[in-house]
Design a protein. Sequence first.
Length: 309
Amino acid sequence: MTGGVEGYRSGFASFVGRPNAGKSTLTNALVGTKVVITSPKPQTTRTVVRGIVHRPDAQLILVDTPGLHRPRTLLGERLNDLVKTTWAEVDVVAVCFPANEKVGPGDRFIVNELAKVRRTTKIAVATKTDLATPEQIGRHLLDIAELGRETDTEWAEIVPVSAVSGEQVSLLEDLLVQMMPEGPQLYPDGDLTDAPEQVLAAELIREAALEGVRDELPHSIAVVVEEMGLREGRPADRPLLDIHANLYVERSSQKGIVIGHKGARLRSVGTAARKQIEALLGTPVYLDLHVKIAKDWQRDPRQLRKLGF
Ligand SMILES: Nc1nc2c(ncn2[C@@H]2O[C@H](COP(=O)(O)OP(=O)(O)OP(=O)(O)O)[C@@H](O)[C@H]2O)c(=O)[nH]1
């Protein structure tokens, strides 16, 4: 982890736009090819991590937010409120406007709703520029700027890109990174998306760590699996799964409780969790557990959410 490195930036961006606007293709172009569509993490029910851009200077986490619909019912309105709450929690919302189609009522509806979320930085992305002539792209950019004025939306940037030809994709990445706040690395190196096994392993460790101390530490333990992978050089019939995990508590007094006298409690937590994970995944496990205090993270709702507090 390079968390805490000076100047390091980390945060969340979300691509929105009408169906077919090119959101998924752009996510894949930014992250690389291996993105998998994942299920929501247990503790973040509203957002799904679609991909993570790792750089030496930053980590950019691309999340999906629920789709926005024209509300016809109270439930529809509630859902839209939820979308707006989510938009308020990410650092940047990027609205995608395909360059080969005119800006239309569907776009206008989304931008109007987004305009009500004042604090979040908004950018406009003109997607699929390989399908449009330079004149069309120019016109399109003016239309997007005009829509911004009409809806009282301040576009921090308007960026034309093609996810297919790759044109301007790295520029978009640089711009997004500059808009992220300074903060620690939130996901392990190499993670492209939330791996369900890692989430499950973290849950089992958390369960084991809470065993017997629930009253003392009700909601104060979070677990992040930093690394998880089969150890290299093992015979095929004797695999070993290495898991490195951090157990986060809020205060140093809690650290003592979790570790126990001369580390005895942490060792038994490790043993219990290891057996559970082995039973679940069917592979022998080497579990390396560290206890850390998440002091600086407590005031940041995004990081707290990531940690499941
Ligand atoms: N030529 C070209 N086609 C693109 C580009 N980006 C996306 N497409 C195509 O446009 C279509 C829609 O792209 P998606 O990335 O699935 O769009 P989306 O916004 O995620 O769509 P929904 O999931 O329906 O909201 C697909 O057929 C893509 O191949 C691009 O930069 N150039």
